[in-house]
Design a protein around this ligand. Structure first.
Ligand SMILES: Cc1cc2nc3c(=O)[nH]c(=O)nc-3n(C[C@H](O)[C@H](O)[C@H](O)COP(=O)(O)O)c2cc1C
Length: 169
């Protein structure tokens, strides 16, 4: 599939049907994350596949995630991530973001919808899943099939013209 078309077609799904994502597709999505580049190849991503009733019940206390049948809790291990004193931002978060982007686009290529979510209480979720201090939850990636009436939000097509965000120097 043409990559730019894939990028244009993907939109944030905020209404999921209860149809499960087949295991085979889940494994492909996770493999796309595994293949992502990370700083110094340290691979600090730690991904929790929240799929069981028990795991989703725990998650729903903090984020409903639009009732997706499966949600990836994407974390980064700050002890494992590349740590360079001259770099002020977190490589763990950057690495986890690249991994999550790979998985989001892989899902789209397989006909599986997703929405990137950061609006949740990271500390509460870390506590709920008993994560050690060095494993930070950065984003949630609900996955599944959109309901029949699911539509992209108006924001989906509202991208700035390229010269507002890119400068050729
Ligand atoms: C870093 C980040 C955080 C986001 N957090 C949320 C969120 O908490 N809840 C939500 O519904 N969408 C969230 N989104 C989705 C954006 O709102 C969405 O990607 C944007 O409005 C463009 O729409 P589109 O994805 O349909 O093209 C987030 C996206 C990114 C990249």
């Amino acid at each position: 599939m043409d990559f730019l078309k894939l990028c244009a077609d993907r939109y944030s799904v905020r209404s999921f049907s209860d149809k499960p994502v087949p295991e085979e597709l889940m494994l492909k999505i996770l493999e796309a994350g595994r293949l992502a580049p990370t700083a110094k190849n340290q691979q600090p991503q730690r991904i929790f596949v929240l799929k069981s009733e028990k795991a989703l019940e725990k998650l729903h206390k903090h984020c409903k995630c639009y009732d997706a049948p499966v949600v990836l809790l994407v974390c980064g291990d700050t002890d494992v991530a590349c740590n360079r004193p001259i770099v002020s931002h977190s490589m763990a978060e950057m690495d986890a973001s690249i991994v999550a982007t790979h998985m989001m686009l892989a899902a789209q290529s397989l006909g599986v919808g997703s929405v990137w979510m950061c609006a949740f209480d990271n500390d509460a979720v870390a506590k709920e899943f008993e994560l050690p201090d060095n494993v930070k939850p950065f984003m949630l990636l609900p996955l599944g099939y959109p309901t029949e009436d699911c539509q992209p939000s108006p924001r989906h097509t509202q991208r700035f013209p390229i010269d507002e965000t890119v400068k050729f120097l």
